[in-house]
Design a binder for this molecule. Structure first.
Ligand SMILES: *[C@@H]1O[C@H](CO)[C@@H](O)[C@H](O)[C@H]1NC(C)=O
Ligand SMILES: *[C@@H]1O[C@H](CO)[C@@H](O)[C@H](O)[C@H]1NC(C)=O
Ligand SMILES: *[C@@H]1O[C@H](CO)[C@@H](O)[C@H](O)[C@H]1NC(C)=O
Ligand SMILES: *[C@@H]1O[C@H](CO)[C@@H](O)[C@H](O)[C@H]1NC(C)=O
Length: 674
């Protein structure tokens, strides 16, 4: 049964590949013709803009992360959903030609719908904003020619560089790291601004006479040194600039000394009244950013993009060499995300729109389109666009031993995947509410199930559930289950355990010769949900997601891994993804049912702690303020990497025999106990 699923996907791929090939040929031909044109356009733009844009400059100065960002950025060409295979990039060939006409003047500066993606530096916000840009139609999978503000020229962008607005002005996607701007080394204060306002009204505080990108560009060229002379009091604004300034004042309500409306950053004065001036490095207060737009009638959602702290801190080192400041900035970023989630998450929304949504980088890389499509739905985006998911984390994870011992493990060749066991109803009382905590092995299932068991009052704090297991509260109100997919791992010493079976549902005392205490099994999550639903049990499956390379490395400490391990994981993931599709947010809203599958990110839990946990309690209807100690177990698997390794494109899922543990650290982040 399982093999059929995998087979099915393979078959589905075949025809699209042929089409793909034809398409690629025509793209190549077109590309060759356009290459010349593109090049001319590029040079043309550069001359007009006179300075290189912000992010490129940052990147060229911060080499170590640029490669990483590059590897997370590439998007698949064309709207081709349901493609699970990675494709080779052939970047320049895919570039379209520059639009023949100059961009039309903007008639409106505020979008109807705004999505702002916030993340700590190096947390993968470019990847997500590009995907959302394509999905909303504001951006294009092959890159887009974007109007350069206050000029009649275009600039080509491969991924969303800061922001993009759809041509009809309906959607805007912004992304910004916390903090943003010039390197922190020379900068001693932490500046917080109120909002990231429309680009046309934003200026650099030192160069308000130029567009923000140009002003930033000059500042960066001068290595962050402010100019000696103040900006002119009577700048030589063009008619178009005056028109924009008028829109900033009247449409966007940016006015110095206006008691009702605030500017978003420092209010410009005199000739610059109408502009908001930004410092050279700053963080945006996410909560006030949301308020700023809501008060102007913009339907905004802030995405809090979370990525493993140990990993993004490695990337961040390049932006900020001052360690004390680096930590302070990171704490501020977390505080701002925490505040926003607390104020604008589900829990406090009281039926209003959820305006702060946590998105986990590791979750995206693990669950791919199943997770991304749920996000589309939450954001009201109607799209099936799936980008290429390229895991930028893998290269930071220390390869553990265990992976080398595959020769020594004998796997029973006779194992047939997919034998399905039908569970019989049990004599035990079924609970009213059931929470099944599941996940791949070593993905945080134990942590999460224990927390939820304590929070629901099914076990006292300090006792442990050891999966596979289930406990019920005294009055059989709640039951918390915990099992991994598959339930046990392979091991040399017990070859019998190498066989596994697919079961329809995890029912602890089912009595049909199958024993969850003895056999190795994998639960079909969809049928598991249906089994309980059909018996009147209000079930929710909580999926614990953790970085896959890390969970594999962690698993290697007590399991024997071999070439079938990734395959098993894929089978497990296929079950989880199927369950998300059928019982996640999207299907729940279509069928006016409750959400029955909730993915939870281990990394986000370690970052946002109780705020994130309480959001989960809220979704599960748990009335508790129990918060455990959040001890990040990822740190010890994250290693410093050499520049050469960063350059190499490391294909995933091929266990190497690497024995070297380069600078492995055990860094336990013990944190706020409640
Ligand atoms: C602020 O601006 C609004 C319109 O943008 C105007 O109605 C109001 O009177 C202004 N308030 C002050 C104190 O200038
Ligand atoms: C962010 O803005 C909110 C709303 O204006 C405010 O309550 C909060 O204190 C601000 N947070 C920080 C860290 O400045
Ligand atoms: C899992 O269960 C669902 C619902 O019963 C079923 O439709 C699906 O085919 C099963 N998947 C596999 C791979 O057995
Ligand atoms: C949750 O618990 C608190 C304190 O125990 C109680 O005051 C409150 O009424 C409870 N709320 C619900 C919805 O059960």
């Amino acid at each position: 049964m399982i093999t059929n699923v995998v087979e099915g996907q393979r078959n589905r791929k075949a025809p699209s590949k042929a089409a793909d090939f034809n398409k690629r040929i025509s793209v190549i031909l077109l590309g060759l013709i356009l290459h010349q044109a593109y090049y001319l356009g590029f040079v043309h733009t550069k001359i007009h803009e006179s300075t290189t844009d912000h992010e490129k400059l940052v990147k060229s100065r911060t080499r170590p992360t640029s490669d990483q960002q590059e590897s997370e950025r590439p998007m698949k060409r064309g709207h081709r959903p349901e493609v699970y295979e990675q494709q080779k990039r052939s970047s320049f060939l895919a570039k379209p030609s520059m639009p023949p006409k100059p961009p039309p003047p903007k008639q409106k500066l505020l979008p109807k719908r705004l999505i702002t993606i916030f993340g700590a530096e190096s947390s993968g916000t470019t990847f997500l904003s590009t995907a959302l840009g394509v999905a909303t139609g504001a951006f294009a999978a092959e890159g887009k020619w974007q109007p350069v503000p206050l000029s009649s020229t275009w600039k080509f962008e491969k991924g969303v560089d800061r922001r993009v607005m759809s041509d009809d002005g309906e959607w805007e996607i912004q992304h910004i790291s916390l903090p943003w701007g010039w390197n922190c080394a020379t900068h001693e204060t932490l500046d917080i601004v109120e909002a990231l306002i429309p680009e046309e009204c934003s200026r650099n505080e030192y160069y308000p006479q130029y567009t923000l990108r140009k002003g930033d560009g000059i500042l960066f060229k001068n290595k962050g040194r402010p100019p000696n002379t103040p900006p002119p009091t009577h700048p030589d604004f063009t008619l178009e600039e005056k028109r924009i300034l008028d829109m900033c004042q009247n449409e966007v309500h940016i006015r110095n000394n206006n008691g009702t409306w605030s500017c978003g950053a420092k209010c410009g004065s005199g000739a610059y009244d109408g502009f908001a001036l930004y410092p050279k490095r700053f963080s945006v207060n996410i909560s006030s950013h949301i308020d700023w737009y809501v008060s102007r009638g913009v339907d905004i959602t802030a995405i809090l993009s979370v990525r493993d702290r140990n990993i993004h801190m490695k990337g961040k080192m390049a932006h900020c060499r001052n360690e004390a400041l680096r930590e302070k900035e990171e704490d501020l970023a977390l505080q701002l995300m925490d505040e926003a989630l607390d104020r604008y998450g589900k829990r406090r929304s009281n039926g209003d729109k959820e305006r702060a949504i946590v998105v986990s980088y590791e979750g995206l890389m693990g669950m791919k389109e199943a997770y991304l499509f749920e996000l589309y739905h939450q954001l009201g985006i109607n799209s099936r666009y799936a980008p290429e998911f390229k895991d930028g984390n893998a290269k930071y994870v220390t390869k553990q031993k265990g992976l080398q011992e595959s020769d020594a493990i004998k796997i029973s060749k006779t194992t047939e995947l997919g034998e399905s066991i039908v569970q019989m109803p049990t004599k035990d009382l079924l609970p009213r509410r059931l929470i099944s905590v599941i996940g791949l092995q070593s993905s945080g299932v134990k942590f999460l199930s224990n927390v939820l068991a304590v929070a629901t009052g099914t076990i006292p704090d300090g006792r442990n559930l050891v999966a596979p297991a289930s406990v019920q509260s005294d009055v059989v109100e709640w039951e918390v289950q915990s099992f991994r997919l598959p339930s046990r791992c392979r091991c040399k010493s017990d070859e019998e355990l190498n066989e596994w079976r697919v079961v329809e549902a995890y029912v602890p005392s089912g009595n049909d010769g199958f024993s969850p205490d003895r056999d190795r099994f994998i639960v079909n999550i969809t049928s598991h949900i249906e089994w309980y639903l059909s018996r009147g049990v209000d079930i929710t499956v909580v999926v614990s997601m953790r970085d896959r390379t890390i969970s594999t490395a962690a698993k290697a400490q007590y399991c024997c891994l071999d070439e079938s391990t990734p395959k098993e994981d894929e089978v497990a993931l296929a079950f989880i993804k199927d369950a998300i599709k059928r019982y996640g947010i999207q299907s729940a809203s279509e069928n006016s049912d409750s959400v029955r599958v909730i993915p939870v990110s281990y990394e986000a839990m370690m970052e946002l702690k109780d705020t994130y946990l309480f959001e989960l309690y809220h979704q599960l209807g748990i009335n508790s303020t129990y918060a455990p100690a959040f001890k990040d177990a990822n740190g010890k698997y994250v290693t410093d990497i050499k520049k050469e390794d960063l350059k190499k494109e490391t294909p995933r899922r091929r266990p190497t025999n690497g024995k070297k543990v380069v600078g492995a650290r055990s860094k336990e982040v013990l944190s706020k106990m409640v």
